[in-house]
Write a protein that binds this ligand. Structure first.
Ligand SMILES: Cc1cc2nc3c(=O)[nH]c(=O)nc-3n(C[C@H](O)[C@H](O)[C@H](O)COP(=O)(O)OP(=O)(O)OC[C@H]3O[C@@H](n4cnc5c(N)ncnc54)[C@H](O)[C@@H]3O)c2cc1C
Length: 543
């Protein structure tokens, strides 16, 4: 029986675990926290699929919108697979217990999201992520009962076991025992989500820090499109984080405006017409930033009854965390880091450049090109799990075992030299510093000077980090993860400096045009201590 170790138990990890179990494989699903704390539960707006051609929608249109939204650097074949699988995915999620909102005809209701030609976003009120996670967890439990899935909590990824460009499992940090341990597996699937913590206060979870991607990069795994970071245009600042004001609000007719000479200026509609508020996120965010004004989002005209029916969670969130009753007043909004189009480079079957090492969900880069359309990432998380499970179950190559116990001892020794019982260095400061640097130098609008400045700062942090000792009792995970996190920050800055054009979420004020010769993915690798960046014009990752 093939043994698959999946790292991360958000929607991508859960989906892959279930699909592998369905195909008779043994699964170990590892994460530091239960699925209910994964960032996936925050997803509010919905999941895209063409369910009917009645209103004129088609799978071809979904494919074209996705490719266009991604500024034509996502692979056509992978996007085709994603959109074709979408109706089947909705059926399956519903069968597993996801309660989708329905229209008056009793059929699944679909709303408009940015960059879409038709209403194709299925939703569960404004708690789509929670509903899907709950359904998948229940199914996972069933397979746990059957002995096919084993869930492991309080366990953090440390490094992959790689020999001769092939993966054999991973080393983990067991938080209960405060020690490293090996899990051997025929296949390792990374599903560790995005990199929000790199930017401090964002819409996402601080548990998504990108450490795994950074560490894998240092182990020879190629990363892709790291410069494409999506700023969500409508977020609401609170003490702890930027609250997402879901695109569903604009999908339900919400209007963006600023006030000039006592009058409202609906700037997106003035610039782009009726659908202006629902332009792709990169365009809305940049336009908002350019106005230099306080921006507001108005949905009051919908009335409380409809608001409570269609976007109840947005109503609750604004009231609870900022005391704003959105049925009576406009919401003050600003753009904030939200989603990462870049990540681990994978082929169409979700395998990386290392044999038997896969990546799925937000930590992988494949479907979204230069900019993701709302509703497409939940879809990609579920679909990626299915594709990886298919590929693994069909793989006929021999599985073999290697012994890594000596390496484990070496890692234990290295780690113990990093820990001091009474170190007073608060390692979280480094996270704060890198977040400040990235916000300043890798923002919505970039230029060479700022990017070089950011690189200089991150290089400095990297030069000190190796010399620091960490208090093991305080934050064991941060102590070893910070190098990986900083490495990923350097990767993103390096890729942003490399791409001398503007495309999707990557806007360079010194290279404002989109150029044909850059219509390709950015691939970055680590060889002999150096960061090497290239354009993948031959589409090696599209096969
Ligand atoms: C506020 C918000 C709203 C959103 N709304 C929508 C929406 O309406 N529609 C849509 O399509 N998309 C939406 N998204 C995006 C979407 O939710 C994510 O892209 C998707 O859920 C990612 O799923 P995932 O399984 O890849 O990652 P996650 O759900 O982030 O799961 C990652 C898993 O990896 C684990 N992990 C992390 N690091 C480690 C480590 N070092 N070792 C071990 N495990 C680790 C975590 O604990 C977690 O279990 C939204 C995102 C946010 C932040």
């Amino acid at each position: 029986m093939k043994k698959v170790c999946i790292v991360g138990s958000g929607i991508a990890g859960l989906s892959c675990a279930i699909e592998c179990a369905e195909r008779g494989m043994e699964v170990i699903l590892v994460s530091p926290f239960p699925s209910e704390r994964a960032q996936s539960v925050l997803a509010a707006g919905g999941i895209n699929a063409v369910l009917s051609s009645e209103g004129g929608d088609s799978i071809e249109s979904h494919i074209e919108d996705t490719l266009k939204g991604g500024c034509y650097i996502a692979g056509k074949e992978s996007v085709k697979g994603l959109c074709e699988d979408a109706p089947e995915i909705i059926k399956k999620l519903e069968k597993l217990g996801t309660v989708f909102s329905t229209g008056e005809n009793g059929k699944i209701a679909q709303r408009a999201f940015g960059g879409q030609s038709y209403n194709r976003t299925c939703y569960c009120g404004s708690a789509t992520g929670k509903q899907i996670v709950t359904a998948l967890v229940m199914e996972c439990r069933r397979y746990e009962g059957l002995g096919l899935i084993q869930r492991r909590l309080w366990t953090d990824f440390y490094k992959a076991l790689i020999k001769d460009e092939k993966c054999y499992g991973a080393v983990f940090f067991n938080e209960a025992r405060m020690d490293l341990e090996i899990i051997y597996a025929d296949y390792l699937v990374m599903a560790t989500g995005g990199q929000n913590a790199l930017f401090g206060k964002t819409t996402g979870s601080t548990l998504c820090d990108g450490y795994a991607q950074g560490r894998l990069f240092l182990q020879g795994v190629e990363l892709k499109n790291a410069e494409f970071i999506q700023y969500h245009p409508t977020t609401l600042e609170t003490q702890q984080k930027m609250l997402l004001v879901s695109e569903a609000v604009r999908g339900e007719g919400g209007r963006l405006y600023y006030v000039e000479d006592g009058k409202r200026v609906y700037f997106m509609e003035d610039l782009y017409g009726k659908k202006g508020n629902l332009m792709p996120r990169d365009i809305v965010s940049r336009t908002m930033e350019r106005t230099g004004k306080e921006i507001y989002l108005d949905i009051t005209f919908l009335g409380k009854k409809e608001i409570l029916k269609r976007i109840p969670e947005v109503y609750d969130l604004c009231l609870k965390y900022r005391g704003i009753d959105i049925s009576r007043e406009s919401i003050p909004v600003s753009p904030s880091v939200h989603f990462f189009m870049g990540g681990i480079a994978v082929r169409n079957n979700h395998e990386t450049n290392i044999k038997n090492l896969y990546a799925i969900g937000e930590c992988a880069s494949i479907y979204h090109g230069a900019n993701r359309l709302g509703g497409n990432s939940l879809l990609a998380a579920v679909h990626g799990g299915r594709v990886a499970a298919d590929s693994i179950s069909e793989d006929k190559s021999e599985t073999d075992v290697k012994n890594f116990e000596k390496d484990l001892e070496e890692e234990r020794r290295k780690l113990s030299t990093r820990w001091a019982s009474e170190s007073e260095f608060p390692v979280v400061y480094l996270e704060d510093l890198v977040a400040e640097t990235l916000k300043e130098d890798l923002g919505i609008v970039r230029d060479e000077e700022r990017l070089l400045n950011g690189l200089k700062d991150v290089d400095y942090y990297l030069s000190v980090v190796e010399k620091l000792k960490y208090d093991k009792s305080e934050m064991p995970y941060l102590g070893f993860s910070v190098t990986g996190i900083l490495t990923l920050a350097k990767v993103a800055l390096t890729c942003a400096l490399f791409r001398k054009e503007s495309r999707g979420a990557h806007y360079r004020s010194d290279y404002p045009e989109t150029k044909e010769e850059w219509q390709a993915a950015t691939i970055i690798s680590y060889d002999d201590g150096k960061f090497n960046v290239r354009l993948d014009s031959e589409n090696v990752y599209e096969s």
